[in-house]
Design a protein around this ligand. Structure first.
Ligand code: PLP
Length: 446
């Protein structure tokens, strides 16, 4: 007897109808039916098809339509068709990606996808790599390798002995460091507050002329793509100074690092290849769908030293074992959607995704400026910050946009300005999506 055909068919039919509704449905969620998901847990069983029907009927309206082309919030990507379909298939496989013996296909997809991504990002061959839930855990992974390596050079085994009594490490960040990187530092015992903050310039770039003294116990954190402006820190100068002093450079490139995959934008990101570790996301610009982060470390041994585990019952082979590089052990096979997305786009398709979304960001900026609104940032990649006058006015425009539902943009506070942030991150966005959204924004501001 087949195991689940009718519930899978039900899910497939409903998922397809959902995706087809994206063109016309409002981007903003309608959460009014969510109560139907609750109540007491029934004592007896429910048919899986009925469970899926309930999930769709009560749950789908309360989704934010970021799978469509008119969602511009939070640097959220969409999901490429091949990635989404691969996730379905891989979910049916139900593989555990911890070890090769648990899933040869998961281990292989992860290795292949990491290698393609490393190449697209222009990072050095031979890096250690890991797939994580997102850039937060990818930052944690790179910083854990940094912590291990710098303290090990100072004669201290942080992974075995912890940080109590260890020689102190200096951690340097730009003043516009992403909050998730601070969180990773906190989790690693390096502290959210004890960082040295370097002032930033008018685009949010760390100022290379205001760096503290680096030494061999310094971790410098650079940003490839400021979450507000998309700006890139001056990597060449910082890497040179850091490496002269024996310091480690970690890059938070959650979305911006993917500029390296486009010949047109590569110059913005190429200097970051000089660093020692990198964190980025699959679920932002590459549109793998949720969730997927990538961590790379130049010295694969440092990553392995920070992450590897061994135990008598684990069969460890000669080949790369995912759990030696990842903060997690049992994991889903998220290599499937990254592999499938990159395989379906090809090298030129990834470059085109970067170029197209950057072009749409410039189209937004030009339309907003032409209507007399103030674009606050240099639109170097896919991020646009716009003010509509006073903070109150800007907030009112954002609220109107979110309620009206043609598109969705969030708000931010940046260098003393209240702004609306438009992040063009989805493969699904078209020129007519941009024009319809721009018209809605101008109406809301009018
Ligand atoms: C989104 C983002 C992060 C966090 O990534 P998650 O995938 O949400 O963990 C870190 N840094 C920057 C610059 C980001 O844009």
């Amino acid at each position: 007897m087949p195991l689940h055909p009718s519930s899978l068919e039900e899910a497939s039919r409903r998922a397809t109808a959902y995706l087809e509704s994206l063109d016309t449905r409002e981007v903003a969620p309608d959460a009014r039916l969510l109560a139907a998901l609750g109540g007491d847990l029934p004592a007896g069983p429910t048919d899986p098809r009925a469970v899926i029907a309930l999930l769709d009927e009560a749950g789908s309206p309360a989704t934010v339509a970021n799978a469509g082309g008119r969602y511009f919030g939070f640097v959220n990507g969409g999901a490429l068709p091949a990635s989404l379909a691969a996730t379905w298939l891989a979910s049916a496989w139900n593989q555990n990606a911890a070890l090769r013996v648990m899933s040869p296909v998961a281990a292989t997809l992860e290795e292949l996808a990491l290698e393609w991504a490393r190449d697209l990002l222009g990072l050095p061959a031979g890096c250690g790599g890991a797939l994580t839930t997102g850039a937060t855990m990818a930052n944690l992974s790179g910083l854990a390798a940094a912590r291990h390596q710098l303290l090990s050079r100072a004669g201290w085994d942080a992974d075995a002995d912890g940080l109590f009594g260890a020689p102190p490490l200096q951690v340097v960040v730009g003043d516009e460091v992403h909050i998730s990187l601070l969180k990773a530092l906190g989790l690693l015992g390096l502290g959210r507050r004890r960082v040295v903050r370097v002032p930033t310039d008018a685009q949010g770039r760390l100022r290379a002329d205001s760096l503290p003294q680096f030494d061999a116990r310094t971790i410098v954190c650079l940003q490839a793509g400021n979450v507000n402006t998309g700006a890139f820190d001056p990597a060449r100068e910082v890497c040179r100074q850091a490496h002269d002093a024996g310091a480690w450079v970690h890059v938070d490139g959650a979305f911006g690092l993917w500029a390296a995959a486009s010949p047109r934008y590569r110059h913005l990101a190429s200097d970051f290849a000089e660093a020692d570790s990198w964190a980025t996301d699959g679920h932002k610009w590459p549109n793998t769908g949720y969730d997927c982060g990538l961590a790379f470390v130049r010295d694969a041994g440092a990553m392995r030293a920070a992450m590897s585990i061994t135990a008598a019952y684990l069969a460890i082979g000669e080949q790369r074992e995912p759990l030696h590089y990842s903060p997690e052990m049992s994991r889903r096979a998220r290599g499937a959607e990254l592999w499938a997305g990159l395989r379906s786009l090809g090298r030129n398709g990834v470059a085109d995704l970067i170029d197209r979304t950057c072009g749409y960001a410039r189209r937004f900026a030009a339309g907003l400026r032409a209507a007399g609104h103030q674009v606050l940032n240099d639109v170097v990649i896919n991020q646009v910050l716009v003010s509509f006058g006073s903070p109150g006015k800007t907030r009112a425009v954002i609220q109107r946009i979110q309620q009206e539902g043609v598109c969705w943009c969030g708000g931010t506070e940046w260098q003393g300005h209240t702004a609306m942030r438009i992040s063009v991150s989805s493969w699904a966005t078209t020129e007519s999506d941009v024009d319809a959204s721009l018209a809605a924004i101008l109406r809301a501001a009018g």
